[in-house]
Design a protein around this ligand. Structure first.
Ligand code: PMV
Length: 313
């Protein structure tokens, strides 16, 4: 049987990260220029699950008794939800262009692509809602207390206005969004940063909730501005959101610098995206400034830059 190939894109959060973990709304968009690809193929002549991860240089057969192996746990999560007790012998090959621990949704994309690959291999034709539900369970295993925004935007591959325990609202983008993602070069680990903020919130609930409430106002206003295509205002709101993330202690010198550079070079606005303390800055720009803003960011220390476009509806 030939290999079947499945993929899932990256994502960036425009507004509301962290606050979204506590039930406040957030806005995220897919980044279709980067993706995780998984090919899956039956291994009729071998026994076991052969994993090849091209990015990590891994090439091994799964030990099904090893509960510390995240591939094993992810596969078990998928099989349990599908009520299947055995995955026939297969080769699963993973390759990704999404940088890890950079706030661009690599773990959610991996969860979604694995869910699509294994369920399809087993003959399931899952609706997006079910893929999303399974990917969310995998995200819990990978991240502890995810809000669900990452797996949702990656599964549906559409801009979302997301709030926990509420049906997902898809955003109708009024004017195409041109963005540059500038990598600080510092890796950031979502689980740890979310846990640290929880400890802070337990100590100073009023102060942290006040920031979250301000972020909620910004996010709600931004939704209207994105829908009506008022990009200048969206940009200003992004930079304002960044200030609140700074107040929450989620930024760092490198991210602040990249935000300032992007804004000074003419971006409508910029902010850190994802868990923070490293990872990427997302800048909303005018199409004719792609080159100049890209050069300014690289010159001022961005480890790399990625351009992406979210098309108007
Ligand atoms: O850093 P990322 O790409 O995993 O994004 C995390 C977003 C948070 O709001 C910080 C956590 C969450 O689960 O929503």
């Amino acid at each position: 049987m030939p290999a079947m190939v499945f993929s899932a894109p990256g994502k960036t959060i425009f507004f509301g990260e962290h606050a979204v973990v506590y039930g406040f709304p957030a806005i995220a968009v897919p980044l279709i220029e980067i993706s995780v690809k998984i090919s899956i193929q039956a291994l009729p002549d071998e026994d076991g699950i052969h994993i090849v991860n091209r990015n990590l240089g891994e090439d091994f057969f799964l030990d099904i008794s090893d509960k510390s192996c995240h591939y094993q746990m992810i596969i078990m999560t998928i099989l349990n939800i599908l009520k299947i007790n055995h995955l026939p012998s297969t080769k699963i090959t993973i390759s990704s262009t999404i940088p890890v621990a950079s706030g661009l949704g690599s773990s959610a994309a991996f969860a979604v692509a694995m869910t699509k690959a294994i369920s399809s291999f087993l003959g399931f034709k899952l609706p997006f809602e079910k893929i999303n539900e399974i990917a969310f369970e995998i995200e819990k295993f990978q991240h502890g207390t995810p809000s669900g925004i990452d797996n949702s935007v990656v599964t549906f591959q559409k801009p979302v206005f997301f709030q926990k325990d509420t049906p997902i609202e898809f955003l109708s983008v009024g004017k195409s969004l041109h963005v540059i993602l500038a990598d600080s070069g510092i890796r950031s680990f979502t689980k740890k940063i979310v846990e640290e903020l929880k400890i802070e919130r337990d100590k100073h609930p009023e102060q942290i909730n006040m920031e979250f409430k301000e972020i909620k106002k910004i996010t709600t206003e931004a939704k209207e501005m994105i829908e009506s295509g008022n990009l200048k205002e969206v940009g200003l709101l992004m930079t304002e959101n960044h200030r609140h993330l700074q107040n929450l202690g989620l930024s760092c010198q490198e991210l602040d610098h990249l935000v300032d550079v992007a804004v000074k070079a003419g971006a409508y606005g910029a902010k850190l995206c994802g868990s923070g303390k490293g990872g990427n800055v997302v800048a909303l720009i005018n199409e004719d400034k792609i080159k100049s803003i890209h050069s300014a960011l690289i010159k001022e220390g961005a480890a790399s830059c990625l351009y992406s476009k979210v098309r108007a509806a």
